[in-house]
Design a protein. Sequence first.
Length: 367
Amino acid sequence: MSETKFDAVVIGGGFFGCSIAAYLKPHFGSVLLVDREDQLFRHASYGNQARIHGGYHYPRSLHTAYRSRVNFQSFVRDFPEAVVSSFTKLYPIARNQSKVTARQFERFCRIIGAPCKPARPEHVKLFNPRLIEAVYEVTEYAFNSDILRDTMRRKLEEANVEVSLNSAVERVQRHGSAWRIFLAGGAEVETNYIFNCTYAGLKHIPGLEPHCRTILKHEIAEMALIEPPDEIRDLGITVMCGSFFSTMPFPPRSLHTLSHVRYTPHTSWIDSGLDSPDPYEVMKAYPKETKAWHMLKDAQRYLPALARARVVDSLFEVKTLLVRNEIDDGRPILMERSESAGTVYSILGGKIDNIYDVIHRLQADGL
Ligand SMILES: Cc1cc2nc3c(=O)[nH]c(=O)nc-3n(C[C@H](O)[C@H](O)[C@H](O)COP(=O)(O)OP(=O)(O)OC[C@H]3O[C@@H](n4cnc5c(N)ncnc54)[C@H](O)[C@@H]3O)c2cc1C
């Protein structure tokens, strides 16, 4: 590390930490980005479903749906190299136990201004008509997280942000009117501004945990990686709305993810800060026994072609959610600012395109 004093330190080298560090650099003389891993994007920013949300997934949270509409356009404009649009996205509506009907889904799409039309006959016939009421073709894409990471690495270089990997923040302590940050390996840095973008780790840095008061819930989430049969290779499919499944292209591995509302979350717990287990430690110790077969078995009742899918692997990652959105499944951002010695921001994006909401909030704070 070139210095021991920085105007701002961003903790967490996922998409949010990288984007925020690059955004902040013109506002601060020196910005340091630290991550505990040996590479950027080692956690949620890689191990996710890769969907650039267009709002369709959120009929129970109009706010999230509207924001997704706006942010989708911005993300596609700003990261064209990472956007994968070479597939057709379908939203089938389940006949039983769905929280929306086909009519309600159509109406919802009209309200949020999201393009949605009846799927083509060759796509409709892929689904079991006894279980699926209607199938819609929509405009929604995927992103390639490897390419997104390369883009962010370049932006950080261009912005002249110093990046320190293998640098877990072990604790933070007041130091006069500033903060002293203690890193793994014994290094220490001082700063007036801390941006805590550690997602699952938000409440697990001693000294910073009182600054994030929002109640968080973590899940150990499994997404199976499958080799899809030819009929669905060029499709992304999300069955609405409830305990169903989703399968999407996963560009970094040229496979599809398969997730299922019932089987993807293996276990979950409420985070009460340092008294709760560290999510990264929980993940490390977790046996990671796959439930891919359960996902496939249930999903093929709706989409029989999945009987010919081949399970290749699984991604396990901690998924962190705001407890207050459990009912409506909304994905607003969390941004808490507190002044103590210096200023601390605790930031959780919820989904990739929410970066624009975070930047608006920082702008509103004069940054
Ligand atoms: C299973 C799953 C599916 C998802 N699907 C989608 C989807 O389809 N579309 C979508 O938009 N969003 C999706 N999301 C959400 C999306 O992945 C996250 O909102 C986003 O990646 C969060 O980015 P981040 O930078 O905040 O977190 P991360 O990428 O997790 O970055 C946090 C970083 O902090 C570092 N860190 C933690 N503690 C410390 C410490 N003490 N010191 C130093 N560094 C530390 C970690 O190493 C990590 O690199 C999904 C998430 C999951 C888990």
